[in-house]
Design a protein around this ligand. Structure first.
Ligand code: AP5
Ligand code: MG
Length: 213
């Protein structure tokens, strides 16, 4: 099963993608997490990506597409995957489609986690992320067991550099201009399913599992 998560920054794509990945035994592939791991490790790719990410801009398609195609060519992706944060532009979606159709395959579901802009800034300022394993928390709605420490791997939790309110506004603008058109793109292909992302995360997940079966 090949699943794409769509939604504004902070809509809960990562939170839901992890739960889907676990329930259905699929790898969770987040381009944002891959970029952040590269930044943390000081790689060339990380240095290049950081320039864009800190401004709330998208990393250029060329770089992102290469990274993603390498990742989905790996063995663990044979039975499908959950893509979180990719595609984010129409050209990215077209490349993915072309690559899949070469193998006689296609995207099965594009799940749109729908959250209005008003809710987003609040979510972002409360988010705490683990840069080691990618787990995400919220200081009010989904707190870690021990303040500031990741439940999964014990690393320190941080506020992401791009979660400052000014940057979040920019990410929202970029989302509406470049990523939202994908909703139409996948609707036309008949694979779009929308869920109400303002509900508590377990309810959002229940709605998704009703769709995926
Ligand atoms: P990326 O890491 O993908 O960031 P994003 O899309 O902005 O999304 P977020 O990770 O911020 O939010 P999310 O939807 O995953 O929400 P989460 O589950 O954490 O990308 C970062 C940057 O990398 C981009 O800006 C770009 O520069 C670059 N990039 C990445 N992919 C790219 C691509 N394909 N092309 C070009 N550039 C790319 O939840 C948010 C918060 O809400 C958390 O605190 C969570 O605990 C909480 N929460 C979740 N669900 C609920 C709920 N139901 N109720 C209450 N709180 C909830
Ligand atoms: Mg995320």
């Amino acid at each position: 099963m090949k699943i794409i998560m769509l939604g504004a920054p902070g809509a809960g794509k990562g939170t839901q993608a992890k739960m889907i990945a676990e329930k259905y035994g699929l790898p969770h592939i987040s381009t944002g997490d891959i970029f952040r791991a590269n930044i943390k490790n000081g790689t060339e790719l990380g240095k290049e990506a950081k320039e864009y990410m800190d401004k709330g801009l998208l990393v250029p398609d060329e770089l992102t597409v290469r990274l993603l195609l390498d990742r989905v060519a790996q063995d663990d992706c044979k039975n499908g995957y959950v893509l979180d944060g990719f595609p984010r532009t129409i050209p990215q979606a077209e490349v993915l489609d072309q690559e899949l159709s070469k193998m006689g395959e296609k995207v099965d579901y594009a799940i749109n986690v729908d959250v209005p802009d008003e809710n987003i800034v609040n979510r972002m300022s409360g988010r705490r992320a683990c840069l080691n394993c990618g787990a995400t928390y919220h200081i009010v709605s989904i707190p870690p067991k021990k303040e500031g420490i990741c439940d999964v791997c014990g690393s320190e939790l941080v506020l992401r550099d791009d979660d400052r309110p000014e940057t979040v506004q920019n990410r929202l603008k970029v989302y509406h201009e470049q990523t939202q058109p994908l909703i139409d793109f996948y609707e036309k292909k008949g694979v779009l399913r929308s869920v109400d992302g303002t509900l508590p995360m377990e309810e959002v997940f229940a709605a998704i599992t009703r769709i995926l079966g």
